[in-house]
Design a binder for this molecule. Structure first.
Ligand SMILES: [Cu+2]
Length: 277
């Protein structure tokens, strides 16, 4: 783009060349071995196994007995670094959001971009599955999904209701509940083996599934739309200086997405029926 911002789009609106660039970037990351800081396994390993840096719901730990919920800012920083890594492999790629409120998602479930076994050129689709390293004696493997019924995904009305929450603390809690529901929906349980569940439902391995990133871009975009409507004044003061480890950013550093170098496309497929420009 002319202004140098990376434009994130809804996955079903990607042009063939944009989808090919995304697949190329992911494929190249997946080809590096796990110890390489350009690899899929390396980046997914910040969220869950083996490093577990991710934030979900409130917790203490800053030495002041206060509960903090850094879910939204932490994942914004994480997506930013991940997207830089993807773009190092293919500069034409950006990480799209998956609008799980869309009519298409409520009819077909997981978007074809993520569920097709092959890419346009007939090669294996790197958005279908991601590599998981050996964990506790289990061998290396690929991620699995057992998605639920499409009409059980959260609705646009549920997202619209969140926009009316004036308090950041309320908003972050309730948007996480929708986020949790989509993780559980996409992971699901193997109908042929009730003991086996999909990775999206498991904090330890969800980030190895390529759809994780587009689910979190959807959440990040909902936060961005909420920020346009509600501003940042309700974020508790004590949050602002908190570090988003292991990233060299604080909460205050990630409040302005344009300053971070990216922007969301205005889309007809828009959560909350909101267009933002
Ligand atoms: Cu998540």
């Amino acid at each position: 783009m002319a202004d140098g911002l990376t434009l994130r789009k809804e996955v079903s609106t990607l042009q063939p060349a944009e989808l090919a660039a995304l697949r190329d970037g992911y494929q190249k990351m997946m080809a590096f071995s796990g110890g390489d800081n350009r690899s899929w396994i390396y980046w997914a390993g910040y969220h869950g196994f083996p490093n577990f840096y991710c934030w979900h719901h409130g917790r203490t730990g800053f030495g002041d007995q206060q509960t903090y919920d850094l879910f939204l800012p932490w994942h914004r920083a994480y997506l930013l670094y991940f997207e830089h890594t993807v773009r190092d492999q293919d500069p034409a790629a950006s990480v799209p959001w998956w609008d799980w409120t869309s009519g298409q998602s409520h009819t077909s479930g997981v978007p074809a971009a993520f569920s097709d076994p092959t890419a346009a050129d007939g090669s294996a689709n790197p958005l279908l599955q991601g590599p998981v390293p050996p964990i506790q004696g289990d061998p290396a493997r690929q991620t699995l999904r057992f998605p639920g019924p499409p009409d059980q995904l959260p609705t646009a009305n549920q997202v619209t209701a969140l926009m009316g929450l004036g308090s950041f603390v309320d908003f972050t809690s309730q948007v996480q509940d929708l986020h949790d529901a989509v993780h559980g929906w996409a992971g699901g349980t193997d109908p042929a083996n009730q003991q086996r569940s999909g990775d999206m439902g498991n904090i330890g391995t969800s980030a190895f599934d390529p759809i994780f990133w587009s689910h979190h871009v959807m959440i990040d975009r909902i936060w961005y739309l909420w920020q346009i409507q509600n501003g940042n004044d309700s974020i508790p003061q004590a949050y602002l200086s908190k570090p988003l480890s292991p990233f060299a950013l604080t909460v205050a550093d990630v409040l302005d997405i344009q300053q971070l170098g990216y922007e969301y496309a205005v889309s007809s497929v828009s959560a909350a029926g909101n267009s933002n420009a």
